[in-house]
Design a binder for this molecule. Structure first.
Ligand code: IGP
Length: 262
């Protein structure tokens, strides 16, 4: 049966063709902002705050927010980085949003997309991204490794997303240094923080920073992933819907365990 991930990837293959045709008029905006350097010194859980208008699992989340204003609020309230969804078809995001956020803040930005081709990495960088996401489940090992090496050559950091042991096996061979454990299964949309509890110790044994992604809403969720060694959390829906962003973000920044520091 065709999963949502299969559908997203087939759509990407179509979009890549037009991305190649985009003239690269935009000046390279990339700066040297580093999430990894921040994670090295953080004493609380770092928040990667996401700008996410909609998603296939939740439908419209908040389509009225202004990306520049929301990004500034994330920065003011202590986000370590901002994630911007650039997929349009399924998430209602765009590279324009990425550029707007880049021009509004001074912290690292993650381009959140389904990357299957180096041209997407070029475009992410041209719009000001410092970090890209690579989803292990979306690619065979050789392609994943190739895109990882390409991004590093472009001076970008890579958040390597894993959801199960099979993904992790591919990721550990690459040793990316920065892992995203997605609590949401991109094939069924099921969310379970137990995924971080299961995979984090396997990553810790090998070394590398850990970001727990998806389904994190409050300090109990934050503590749960912190307790198994997460260095950071990637939070979208909870922050996009929040009416009290400052206090919500503050409650998520729980102190991290000494053993977690690298
Ligand atoms: O809105 P949430 O449940 O806080 O999740 C944020 C983020 O983890 C999620 O948007 C995400 C994680 N990995 C992805 C890959 C593609 C698209 C989206 C995602």
């Amino acid at each position: 049966m065709e999963t949502i991930l299969d559908r997203i990837i087939s759509q990407k293959q179509i979009e890549i063709k037009s991305l190649r045709a985009i003239s690269r008029k935009i000046k390279n905006q990339s700066t040297n902002l580093s999430l990894i350097e921040q994670l090295k010194v953080a004493d609380h859980l770092s928040i990667i705050a996401e700008f996410k208008r909609a998603s296939p699992s939740k439908g419209d989340i908040n389509t009225n927010l202004n990306p520049a204003e929301q990004a500034k609020k994330y920065e003011e309230n202590g986000a370590a980085a901002i994630s911007v969804l650039t997929d349009t078809t399924f998430f209602k995001g765009s590279f324009k949003d990425l550029k707007i956020v880049r021009d509004s803040v001074n912290i690292p930005i993650l381009c959140k997309d389904f990357i299957i081709d180096p041209v997407q990495i070029d475009i992410a960088k041209e719009h000001g991204a410092n970090i890209i996401l690579l989803i292990a489940a979306a690619l065979p090992f050789t392609a994943l490794n190739h895109l990882y090496q390409y991004a590093k050559q472009q001076n970008l950091e890579v958040l390597m997303e894993v959801h199960d042991e099979e993904d992790l096996e591919k990721a550990l061979k690459i040793r990316p240094g920065l892992y995203g454990i997605n609590n949401r299964n991109l094939k069924t949309f099921e969310v379970d923080l137990g995924v971080t509890e299961r995979l984090a110790p396997l990553i810790q044994a090998d070394g590398g920073f850990i970001i727990s992604e998806s389904g994190i809403f409050n300090q109990y969720d934050a503590k749960r992933v912190r307790d198994v060694g997460a260095n950071g959390i990637l939070v979208g829906e909870a922050l996009m819907r929040s009416n009290e962003l400052s206090s919500n973000m503050r409650e998520l920044m729980v102190p991290i365990l000494k053993e977690t520091k690298q």
